[in-house]
Write a protein that binds this ligand. Structure first.
Ligand code: GRF
Length: 224
């Protein structure tokens, strides 16, 4: 009998497309990233770490966060990355927040925007300023379970496999061309917390893997 890569042990997963580690350090100019994060920032930190370990041909120009208590800011400090608080509560509209984000990213010479746990709905203002260059990570196998509480949605639906997705962002929440996905099987006693923790392990792999895919593109070609 052949081994099933998704047999229900807690480390099982399947990533597609496969992460091409040899592609990572090719001699294209480093991608200039602007990161958006709202909370813990663990996905932001794996990006910073991969760059520091020379596993990713990129540099983080700046982190923007929207919650004063976001732990992402402390992580940025640890890596010597500038961070800016743009509190959405100080803005009258989503467009106003995005206008400020665009201004700050442009001032920091950002080329690609990575929403690494960004809990705000983006507008055309951000998407138009960085066409096809805004990337999002979401804790489900899109197009299943977009929006909030996607881990709980998967549990409630009784699916046997869920996972995470890195994709190019479009206006509709959690939609757009998919760059990389990882599948994560549910275990019989899973809670939202245990399942999310296993999904996050895979998120950290595909977050870096998808940026490596982008970094490895020919400079005159779009990633799509
Ligand atoms: C991740 O699960 C991401 O998919 C979702 O928010 C979470 C952020 O985690 N959009 P972290 O802040 O990167 O630790």
């Amino acid at each position: 009998m052949t081994a099933n890569p998704l047999s229900a042990n807690s480390n099982a997963s399947l990533i597609s497309p496969e992460i091409d580690k040899s592609a990572i350090a090719r001699a294209t100019p480093p991608l200039k990233l602007g990161i958006l994060a709202s909370g813990s920032g663990s996905n932001f930190e794996v990006i910073a770490q991969a760059i520091q370990n020379q596993q990713l041909n990129a540099q983080v120009q700046v982190l923007i966060y929207n919650n004063p208590e976001a732990q992402a800011a402390a992580r940025a400090e640890k890596y010597g990355i500038p961070s800016i608080l743009l509190n959405h509560r100080d803005c009258k509209s989503r467009e106003e927040l995005d206008t400020k984000i665009v201004k700050n990213f442009q001032e920091h010479d950002v080329e690609w925007v990575i929403m690494a746990g960004w809990m705000r709905i983006v507008t055309q203002v951000l998407l138009d300023a960085f066409p096809d260059k805004v990337v999002n990570i979401h804790p489900s196998l899109l197009p299943s379970f977009p929006g909030i509480r996607s881990v709980e949605q998967a549990l409630k639906a009784g699916v046997k496999i869920t996972g995470c997705t890195v994709h190019i962002a479009r206006l509709e929440v959690d939609s757009g061309p998919i760059l990389m996905q990882a599948a994560v099987p549910l275990l019989p006693d899973d809670t939202a917390e245990t399942l999310h923790a296993r999904i996050q392990v895979q998120e950290h792999k595909i977050m870096v893997g998808a940026i490596a895919l982008i970094a490895d593109r020919p400079t005159d070609k779009n990633v799509l």
